[in-house]
Design a protein around this ligand. Structure first.
Ligand code: 5GP
Ligand code: ZN
Length: 121
């Protein structure tokens, strides 16, 4: 299947990876809308949120909680997060992913490399 997120999961396309385990990979969005905009992507190809199984959904929520701690610990002046799923015509990549937007929409101030270094330091 010609899926860009499957290629990222398989390391055929590079990504700025924040966290990885046997079920998910967390990467920085290539076109961030916020500093630290990240995507939690299940390693299995799942088209969208309607196809998510309970175990994967539960795990994604646990990892979102873990990423919340990382964001609050590593980035300055975090006031809150937006967690977001797109679906249908609003979903560009048809491999399920949960967006995490620290401080919400249109809040990007820094280059992605700088934020990556802050998050992994
Ligand atoms: P959605 O499918 O929810 O509309 O959004 C897809 C998101 O994936 C977009 O925010 C887009 O910037 C991001 N994206 C698309 N292609 C790549 C890629 O190759 N690498 C990374 N890191 N993000 C990507
Ligand atoms: Zn895929």
């Amino acid at each position: 299947m010609d899926c860009i997120f499957c290629k990222i999961i398989n390391n055929e396309i590079p990504s700025k990876t924040i966290y990885e385990d046997e079920i998910v990979k967390v990467i920085l969005d290539i076109n961030p809308n916020a500093d630290g905009h990240m995507l939690i992507i299940p390693k299995n190809h799942i088209d969208d949120f309607t196809k998510l199984d309970d175990n994967t959904l539960l795990h994604i929520n646990k990892i979102a909680n873990k990423m919340k701690d990382l964001i609050y610990n590593k980035l300055d002046n975090i006031k809150g997060l937006v967690l977001l799923n797109n679906y249908g015509e609003f979903q560009e990549v048809k491999h399920y992913h949960l967006h995490i937007l620290p401080n919400g929409f249109n809040t990007k101030t820094k280059e992605i490399d700088e934020i990556y270094n802050e998050l992994i330091s």
